[in-house]
Design a protein around this ligand. Structure first.
Ligand code: SF4
Ligand code: SF4
Length: 103
């Protein structure tokens, strides 16, 4: 299993925020107010909130609840499901490739 989360920077998670958890960041169209659509990047990456930091969130809340591999698997599934939902097959392929490369 991966030892580093295989994010492919598709931006789907930042463009489709949950209405409750991300209510403080979410614009009416579901995009984060800090998402830079031109560069396809978080404009506050170094200062992004804990809920946007996969590894830091795990260390803070979940380290004693589950192992990191299981946590990554859950998040990867969420990424893949979002990619399929929005028909982003290019990113779907990229994340599969990246998963295999960093095992
Ligand atoms: S949906 Fe997953 S792969 Fe895409 S940017 Fe978000 S964390 Fe990265
Ligand atoms: S703060 Fe950055 S990482 Fe978090 S949802 Fe917004 S754009 Fe994405």
């Amino acid at each position: 299993m991966t030892k580093q989360f295989p994010c492919v920077a598709c931006g789907l998670c930042c463009r489709n925020l949950d209405e409750t958890i991300y209510a403080d960041l979410r614009l009416p169209d579901g995009t984060c107010m800090y998402y830079d659509a031109d560069r396809k990047l978080c404009s506050v990456y170094d200062a992004r909130p804990l809920k946007c930091r996969i590894d830091d969130y795990y260390a803070f809340y979940l380290e004693n609840e589950m192992d990191i591999e299981h946590y990554y698997e859950m998040n990867i599934e969420a990424c893949k499901n979002m990619m399929l939902l929005f028909e982003d097959y290019d990113s779907y392929t990229k994340i599969l490739v990246k998963m295999n490369q960093i095992d």
